[in-house]
Write a protein that binds this ligand. Structure first.
Ligand SMILES: Cc1cc2nc3c(=O)[nH]c(=O)nc-3n(C[C@H](O)[C@H](O)[C@H](O)COP(=O)(O)O)c2cc1C
Length: 349
């Protein structure tokens, strides 16, 4: 197989998983959250938090890039705009076992703008294209781009299509579009995730205009009905906040979106099934606590496990109040579970 056939094969394999992806989220989608996410969904495509190309090249790689075996398929998101650096970072990512590398063209923070990457690159399609070309020459895994609809007043559909065409011509065939523009001046990153209105039709139209590209839609997805609706128009759906803050939602991904895959159906969204996940995750946390890592750095990811379910407040409170001093995580989780599940043999009230 030559390189381009290899890339095509990798791509079509990942395309199945791209139907539902969990978004890159700084300070949230670390390796520990991805471990939890994988317990909830075997097939969803997972993303890392954004890492800058400089950090990947010069930083502590085990800390930044270390993954768990169960992570796969997992995409490393890279922030940067220097093609040579981006290529080097992509190569390092591939050698650490990532299944794909993704360029961040969506983050609007000041820090990112001063480094000339993230959403401000929507105005520089040639730079993004140069990065794609250099990265794709350095790796055999796919290189994808996550972008916005546009920035500031430059937010016409035509400008979006022009951006995507130019980057696609450089060899990128996978785009994740956060379906709102970013205001680079005047809105915080958080406001930029809520204030500019969502415009899903732009993304549908993009897929219609460029059917050969794999297009994933992102932004404001709240229900599995939303997901199914989007999948009628585009190839994939990416969820960020809903997947993180309502893990029971993610627990339905395999049954809802991947039910045609050979593994047994997997629906972990009820309280008892989430308890199985909590117990497995507790064993995982314990293995890190035994290595000297604070339990709270990992238990924070299960605080929302029972979001909106009976007993959720007490579950959260038990974990928050007791995780700091905890050395026996399975016991901590077992005690917290008393608030949310009826244990076998327990007296009903
Ligand atoms: C806390 C947080 C951190 C984020 N960090 C990143 C990031 O590192 N890279 C990125 O491309 N997007 C980042 N995003 C944006 C998300 O990937 C996603 O595009 C956005 O939240 C919209 O999707 P949602 O409505 O499903 O949350 C972040 C979002 C949140 C909430």
């Amino acid at each position: 197989m030559n390189d381009s056939t290899l890339i095509a094969a990798e791509q079509s394999n990942l395309d199945v998983h791209r139907r539902f992806a969990v978004a890159p989220m700084m300070e949230l989608s670390d390796r520990h959250f991805r471990y939890l996410a994988r317990l909830l969904s075997r097939h969803s495509l997972l993303y890392t938090e954004m890492l800058t190309s400089k950090a990947i090249i010069h930083g502590d790689r085990e800390y930044l890039l270390g993954t768990n075996d169960v992570d796969h398929p997992v995409v490393l998101q890279i922030g940067g705009s220097d093609p040579a650096e981006m290529a080097e970072a992509a190569f390092i990512g591939q050698s650490w076992g990532y299944d794909e590398v993704n360029i961040n063209v969506g983050c609007p923070s000041d820090r990112v703008q001063s480094g000339r990457f993230g959403a401000c690159l929507m105005a520089e399609p040639q730079t993004v294209a140069d990065c794609v070309r250099a990265m794709q020459n350095a790796v055999s895994i796919p290189v994808s781009v996550k972008c916005r609809l546009g920035i500031d007043r430059d937010d016409s559909y035509e400008a979006l299509e022009q951006f995507v065409r130019q980057v696609a011509d450089a060899g990128c065939s996978v785009f994740i579009v956060h379906a709102r523009k970013a205001w680079l001046d005047g809105l915080s990153p958080k406001e930029n995730r809520t204030i500019p209105p969502l415009r899903y039709p732009y993304v549908y139209r993009l897929k219609e205009a460029l059917p050969e590209l794999h297009i994933t839609i992102n932004g404001g997805i709240e229900t599995w009905d939303d997901v199914q609706t989007h999948l009628r128009y585009v190839d994939g759906v990416m969820s960020g906040r809903k997947a993180y803050y309502t893990p029971g939602f993610l627990g339905r991904a395999d049954q809802t979106v991947f039910s045609d895959l050979p593994d047994p159906l997997h629906d972990i969204s009820d309280a008892a099934a989430l308890a199985v996940v909590a117990r497995q995750y507790a064993q995982y946390v314990q293995s890190w606590v035994d290595k000297g890592i604070r339990a709270t750095a990992l238990t924070r990811h299960i605080i929302a496990l029972y979001h909106d379910m009976p007993g959720a407040r007490l579950w959260r409170r038990h974990l928050s109040e007791n995780a700091t001093r905890c050395s026996d995580v399975p016991q901590l989780v077992e005690d917290a579970l008393q608030h949310v599940i009826k244990l076998p043999g327990a007296q009903s009230a």
